[in-house]
Design a protein. Sequence first.
Length: 176
Amino acid sequence: MKNTALQNRLAREVLGFINQRKTLQLATLGEDGVPYASYAPFAVAGDQLYVVLSDVAVHGLNLINNPKASVLIIEDEDSAEEYFARIRVNYQVRARQLTTDSPAGREAIKQLEERFGERPRRLSELADFRLFALAPIKGRYVKGFGRAYSLDGGTLGGEQIEHLREGHRPRVTATA
């Protein structure tokens, strides 16, 4: 996408959409390679998503053993105009565990507390909870049929945004 103004507008739109949501869907991989889908409340700081997960939860254990994951942030069903094209953004992410006494960890807990009150801090103080940063590798923003965009460059808003124009074509069937 060459239009810098349009690219900047779409990046702001993606970030605005993310900031309107409180939870994300998280897909992780077990040690056996079996995928596991779950959800978690999240906060944003810089270009990363932050979650506090328990070691008792499958997704927490999976991230400890394999930092590759996928995140989906999606429009609520109740407000969606179209169930087959709900507004959403998804990312391939790399998870990194943070300590709550590091600068990044303190900022993450601060952002989580601003969104959810004191619960994230209290959870992070328990021995079986860990703070994770989810750094985007690449993503996709979908805002309806024919309005899908790739987000490349390792930022939530996408350093490079490309309109995905191919797709939604009539199926070609063989005639007898």
